[in-house]
Design a protein around this ligand. Structure first.
Ligand code: 13P
Ligand code: SF4
Length: 306
């Protein structure tokens, strides 16, 4: 198995150089895929990398909306998603026509759209956010009324950190919704000195039971600076691979083994190699949609630069 992987990795690296490609990998990907990355990160960090790369091809090891965001930012590059079935179920909980209807109910609201959404939905939104900057994005806006789509739980988390009125969309992440306060209590009973970190896609009662609420990028930064010896991790469990690799002296306890995103696991070394061989499957956002979605993505990216 190890030898087979070595062989695959060698071929991937050769083809990557030949194609002038960069491999961007989300924190929830399989460990073997994280290991071949040029960069591993959260959604915000990956969009920033995509926007800046001078590679000709971006192999996106993540889910469909992430590859679309890369295509929105880099129309001249070829963006490959090694398995087109790798879609985010939450992103599919909203469509552009449904959002257009909702906007009619709240004509004065500013639409803040979590990046976990299609390019068409971004095109109907005023500004995007990720879990790393959602509070900052909402608080940067002039409007006091925010239509926050599609993640109701991230929206709820933001509402606890802003005075603005938030209108929620009923979407949610099925992976993070599986993490319950009871799971936290069970883990805490076994590891009473551990710090509990959860992702803001978790339910409000789960968030209330945690010590820290952070995006995956925020968790990495927190762990680099902590003196804690045990951390209970309340997010997709693939992320623990990276944490163990970077800070092996800490014990990481998954809050529940059920927190797996099956779509993230569809990307394998074999599929990465295949995508580089065939230069497919490609994700390309149609220009008309791209130009409208670009405004919302760029407004978000500009916020961190102020
Ligand atoms: P971050 O990458 O912002 O931590 O979000 C997690 C996620 O669920 C991406 O789909
Ligand atoms: Fe979507 Fe949740 Fe999977 Fe992230 S973890 S890709 S939000 S289903």
């Amino acid at each position: 198995m190890l030898e087979m992987n070595n062989d695959l990795v060698k071929k991937i690296n050769e083809l990557k150089a030949m194609r002038k490609a960069v491999i961007l990998v989300h924190n929830y990907q399989l460990g073997e895929v994280q290991d071949i990355a040029d960069f591993v990160g959260d959604s915000l960090e990956l969009s920033r990398k995509a926007a800046k790369t001078d590679a000709e091809v971006i192999v996106f090891c993540g889910v469909h909306f992430m590859a679309e965001t890369a295509s929105i930012l880099c129309p001249d590059k070829k963006v490959l998603l090694p398995d087109l079935n790798a879609g985010c179920p939450m992103a599919n909980m909203i469509t552009a026509p449904a959002l257009i209807e909702k906007k009619k109910e709240y004509p004065a609201a500013t639409v803040v759209c979590y990046v976990n959404s299609s390019a068409e939905v971004k095109a109907e939104s005023d500004i995007c956010c990720t879990s790393a900057n959602a509070v900052e994005v909402v608080n940067s806006l002039d409007s006091n009324e925010i239509l926050f789509v599609p993640d109701q739980y991230l929206g709820h988390f933001v509402s606890t950190r802003t005075s603005k009125r938030i209108i929620f969309w009923p979407g949610y992440c099925p992976t993070h919704a599986r993490i319950t306060p009871e799971d936290i209590q069970r883990a805490k009973a076994l590891y009473p000195r551990a710090i509990v970190m959860v992702h803001p896609e978790c339910r409000p009662d789960t968030i209330a039971a945690a010590d820290e609420v952070l995006s995956t990028g925020g968790m990495v930064a927190y762990i680099h600076g902590t003196s804690a010896k045990e951390i209970i991790v309340g997010t997709e469990i693939g992320f623990i691979y990276r944490l163990r690799k970077e800070n092996p002296h800490i014990s990481y306890i998954p809050v529940t083994e059920q927190a797996i995103c099956p779509r993230m696991k569809l990307i394998t070394l074999e599929k990465v190699l295949c995508s580089l061989e065939e230069m497919a499957p490609e994700v390309k956002v149609p220009e008309q949609v791209r130009l409208r979605a670009l405004g919302a993505v760029n407004k978000m990216l500009a916020i961190g630069r102020k």
